[in-house]
Design a protein. Sequence first.
Length: 239
Amino acid sequence: MGVGDDPFGALMQRTLLTEGVDITYLKQDEWHRTSTVLVDLNDQGERSFTFMVRPSADLFLETTDLPCWRHGEWLHLCSIALSAEPSRTSAFTAMTALRHAGGFVSFDPNIREDLWQDEHLLRLCLRQALQLADVVKLSEEEWRLISGKTQNDRDICALAKEYEIAMLLVTKGAEGVVVCYRGQVHHFAGMSVNCVDSTGREMRSLPGYSQVCPLRGYLQMREKCDELSISLNVAERLQ
């Protein structure tokens, strides 16, 4: 991750330290500003994003900034890291190195159209990322973009098999989430809530998913379906 040598970047560093987050590998870039995004909400609490700093410091992460990965570690990233160089190469390098070290990669496309002018390049990057990910979370819109198909259990399993994704999740808003694991599909219902602001809901949900993915034994979720249901319900309450 990279931030600029500016007040916003300094605030982020202080906040992370206060919360006990290790920022050893947080890069401070003196030449580029910290990413700043305006979020506009509609009447249903759904968002649209405007990126005010382009290019921002986070997109200048170099391969030399990456840590030495260890067995059992996790890396989570989204397509924002793939939207420009050198961050794109660094992201793919990190994913590959972590897999070789025996770690796990979690990928949420989190597509922001404001950052992608070339849809062909976006699709190429998404395909490469899917091939390197153990856990993938797609929204319904991202599912349609990537698969070009209607959403049913057979097609979800086919996509997971094509890219060798250990756990594929497709979130469906109020309808809950569909999970494909080892060729089996599980449906988990959502909860009806009054959505005021949906910003960050994916980040609150993913920790719940990760709780059912033990680091030992490569994602033994079959025995953890009940725990996944509980985690999803908790995540829905936080939306």
